[in-house]
Write a protein that binds this ligand. Structure first.
Ligand SMILES: Nc1nc2c(c(=O)[nH]1)N[C@H]1C(S)=C(S)[C@@H](COP(=O)(O)OP(=O)(O)OC[C@H]3O[C@@H](n4cnc5c(=O)[nH]c(N)nc54)[C@H](O)[C@@H]3O)O[C@H]1N2
Ligand SMILES: Nc1nc2c(c(=O)[nH]1)N[C@H]1C(S)=C(S)[C@@H](COP(=O)(O)OP(=O)(O)OC[C@H]3O[C@@H](n4cnc5c(=O)[nH]c(N)nc54)[C@H](O)[C@@H]3O)O[C@H]1N2
Ligand code: SF4
Ligand SMILES: [Mo]
Length: 733
């Protein structure tokens, strides 16, 4: 019966001696896969596997999750706190008490000399929510600086700002299950197969079962575009024009859902008047998509019973980032596609806990989506924490992208970087380098000591990584999932939560307040503060979350009492009529006139510079650069270039070139591919001293997010030996 069995040579999986599997949530992207880490009898993590019963990933993991157990002992981890007076001195190894008391006295000195806001904090989207909440309490209630923000300004700020402008609050209204219900999907500047492989799998499986069209808007032929029914290779930075043109057609042909508009929105007439200016013929000249295609897509989307829009960095990282999000929301609202199965406007988030920081870190406000500008919100939090409400600023301070220029201008003298690496991730590296050199005190709190900001640090605080600690993350679909502690922190590193608590004890006000060290106790505080808010998690507990492999918010105490098993958290927001977060419950339709304000290619710099990501790497490679099975796919900085453009310049495949912008230059290996059009090059941003030496990073006026995706460069052939030598320095593995 088992015919040919011996010929097949089945794969044998080596026995790794795993004695226990620990439940966790992947610490890379915002998909939020449930993952189990296997430890051997010595307690060493030796394997990883997806959790079958988890709704998000149903047993699957991508290339990064599969090797995630290798990060605990990876190269370059920080072992013990480091301290020095001057960035040109050697570091000395110190104990935590000395590092934190020095840090606290530096904060006090800087604040007393230059004012409270002269000490800034830039945090991340990658620590556990309990850590975020505690850092917020420390920053807002104890240190009291208003210049406190996160790297989410490089990432999700436009989505947050667009949701607030349209719906009155942040909070993505849809979920992954919408793929199983939609009749038409438009993906704007989002490359799911590489950046959210398991969300992609959820979409693909849904589409295989029930055919529906996929429309991809991206100037590059990404992996997702290769799968599209219609690919719209848009002129960079002009999505708002395409959105207006789609709405023009929808309204001109009466394809809108007028009943929904009348019952749920304000501003329809003003929107209508604006989109009248964007007939497809005029729009085509700006956005590069022909008239017929614009009309076809508008009809396909508006006539579908339910239509879904998703987007990621192709929209957010633009000078029209916030407007792009509002434009997508406008499209969804006029077709009645919010809060219904398969009809939504879903921002695909980025980092594993980009949502957690938005909800709980107090970065741009106060916990639980509360606002510094709202007196009642300030009073509630002040009472709960035991702080004088007058201590809180009355409006939010600087965003990350304004903090760096303020250092340059001498207004900010001290900076604490928590889990972010601006030397590689911010635009215009040369400027960031000079900026960091100006600081009187720079603290780097990172799981790695070889991160590119360490050379500018006076204090390095080694943080425990991911599953060396316990707590929750929130994913793209508002699902809160838990990471249990798999092992003790590496050497003398400490959990971020512990570091924040210990620093709080260095301040008189911090000693008066409650700073619990147990993540479950911190979670209880968050639950209490969430009651009655949009982000209500009062029905959840760490154990309930683990049992159910994640629970979506809102999940209230009342829902818990109903004893529904498994707990049904909030799949969708705004499911009832006029329940948006403005006083009258109506969403806003906002007209979006287009202003062409990007750096564009010209004679001197003839190529668009596009940048983004690869499936095997995560961001600045502090982690994936050390994992052989990830790094081997792309150890060398490279650039996608169109073969016709390369032929014009006599550039060969796999040769090195210099890419030059008005800011600087970068040496990269050429990869010839039709993925990019003739007037564009694409460089992944994972490499140090590479694409961000070139980027300009003009800011969106609402969100302050940089336009990483649009700049102009020229390409020059160079000496190959010299280039190869330069590039060796960038190889981490
Ligand atoms: N493997 C891996 N996965 C990740 C990450 C990672 O580093 N590695 N990072 C995570 C994070 S934090 C984030 S934010 C997400 C990002 O996820 P994505 O946004 O999907 O990834 P990117 O490659 O940055 O950009 C997506 C696309 O935007 C396109 N684009 C450029 N300009 C425009 C434009 O003007 N209009 C439109 N419509 N599109 C444009 C680019 O061509 C690119 O293909 O990925 C998350 N997942
Ligand atoms: N050109 C260009 N630039 C970009 C982008 C682009 O598309 N193009 N994308 C932007 C986007 S969307 C993002 S999100 C940013 C990302 O930019 P960054 O946030 O600067 O990049 P990461 O490498 O993720 O940095 C996270 C740091 O946290 C550390 N870390 C990991 N786990 C922990 C932990 O548990 N605790 C602590 N304390 N530290 C930890 C890591 O070692 C790493 O140094 O880059 C932005 N920059
Ligand atoms: S898709 Fe994202 S969350 Fe899932 S395993 Fe991959 S990196 Fe982790
Ligand atoms: Mo991001």
């Amino acid at each position: 019966m088992l015919f040919g069995r011996n010929k097949k040579n089945p794969i044998k999986i080596a026995d790794k001696g795993i004695v226990k599997w620990n439940y966790s949530t992947c610490g890379y992207c915002s998909t939020g896969c449930a993952i189990e880490i296997g430890v051997n009898e010595d307690g060493i993590p030796v394997g990883a596997r997806g959790v079958a019963g988890a709704d998000v990933n149903r047993g699957k993991l991508c290339l990064k999750g599969i090797f995630e157990h290798e990060i605990f002992e990876s190269e370059g981890r920080g072992k013990t706190p480091l301290l020095r007076d001057n960035i040109h001195d050697e570091f000395k190894e110190v104990e935590w008490d000395e590092a934190l008391s020095t840090m606290a006295s530096e904060i006090k000195r800087i604040q007393q000399t230059y004012g409270r806001d002269a000490f800034a904090i830039v945090s991340t989207g990658q620590i556990l929510t309990e850590g975020f909440y505690t850092l917020g309490k420390l920053a807002r209630g104890v240190i009291g600086t208003n210049n406190y923000d996160g790297n989410t300004t490089l990432c999700m700020a436009s989505a947050v700002s667009g949701y607030k402008r349209s719906f009155g609050s942040d909070g993505p209204p849809g979920c992954y299950e919408d793929f199983e219900n939609t009749d038409c999907l438009i993906a704007w500047g989002s490359n799911l197969p590489e950046q959210h492989p398991i969300i992609y799998w959820r979409f693909k499986e849904a589409q295989e079962k029930r055919k529906f069209p996929l429309i991809v808007v991206d100037p590059r032929v990404t992996m997702l575009a290769q799968n599209a029914d219609i690919h719209l290779p848009i002129t960079p930075g002009t999505d708002v024009v395409l959105m207006n043109a789609l709405m023009h057609v929808i309204l001109a042909e009466g394809l809108q859902d007028q009943d929904y508009i009348d019952a749920n929105t304000n501003g329809f007439e003003a929107l209508k008047a604006e989109v009248e200016n964007y007939d497809p013929m005029t729009a085509a000249k700006i956005c590069g998509i022909d008239e017929d295609t614009i009309r076809n897509v508008a009809r396909l989307y508006a006539k579908a019973d339910s239509g879904m829009n998703i987007w990621t960095m192709g929209i957010n990282q633009s000078t029209h980032g916030s407007d792009g999000v509002v434009g997508i929301n406008n499209l969804s609202l006029i077709t009645g596609n919010i809060g219904k199965p398969g009809g939504t406007s879903l921002s695909i988030t980025g980092q594993c806990n980009a949502m957690g920081t938005r909800e709980w870190s107090s970065c741009s406000g106060l916990p639980g989506y509360r606002l510094l500008e709202n007196e009642q919100d300030r009073q509630e939090i002040a009472d709960f924490w035991g702080v004088d409400p007058a201590f809180f600023p009355k409006k939010r301070g600087m965003a990350q992208t304004d903090i760096f220029p303020a250092i340059e201008a001498g207004k900010i003298k001290g900076l604490w970087l928590v889990g972010t690496n601006p030397m590689t991730s911010m635009p215009n590296t040369a400027r960031i380098r000079k900026t960091l050199e100006k600081l009187e005190c720079c603290v780097v709190q990172d799981s790695y000591v070889d991160v590119e900001t360490t050379p500018y640090a006076h204090i390095h605080l080694p943080a425990a990584i991911w599953a060396e600690k316990e707590g929750v993350f929130t994913n793209t679909e508002r699902r809160v999932n838990i990471t249990r502690k798999v092992k003790e922190p590496y050497h003398n590193s400490k959990a971020d939560l512990h570091i924040f608590n210990a620093l709080a004890q260095q301040f008189e006000q911090g000693r008066k307040m409650n700073f619990p060290d147990q993540p479950s106790e911190v979670f209880e505080e968050m639950k209490t503060l969430s009651k009655g808010r949009l982000v209500d998690i009062s029905g959840m507990s760490h154990d309930l979350i683990e049992e159910n492999r994640g629970v979506q918010w809102p999940y209230t105490e009342q829902q818990l009492k109903k004893d529904d098993k498994p707990p049904q958290g909030g799949k969708r927001l705004y499911t009832e009529t006029a329940t948006f977060r403005f006083p009258d419950g109506r969403a806003k339709l906002i007209p979006l006139p287009f202003a062409d304000n990007n750096e564009r290619p010209d004679e001197q710099f003839p190529f668009w510079l596009n940048s983004g990501r690869l499936v095997e790497h995560f961001h600045t490679r502090t982690r994936t650069g050390k994992i052989g099975n990830n790094n081997k796919y792309s150890p060398t900085p490279f650039m996608e270039m169109n073969p016709d453009a390369a032929a014009d310049l006599n550039i060969q495949h796999q040769s090195y070139v210099r890419a030059v912008s008005r800011r600087g230059d970068a040496v990269v290996m050429v990869m010839l591919t039709q993925r990019v059009p003739r007037n564009m090059v694409f460089i992944p941003f994972h490499f140090f001293d590479c694409v961000n030496r070139l980027t300009l990073g003009l800011l969106d006026p609402y969100s302050r997010q940089p336009a990483f995706k649009q700049a102009a460069v020229r390409i020059e052939p160079i000496n190959q030996e010299e280039a190869a030598r330069l590039n060796k320095a960038n190889r981490q593995f």
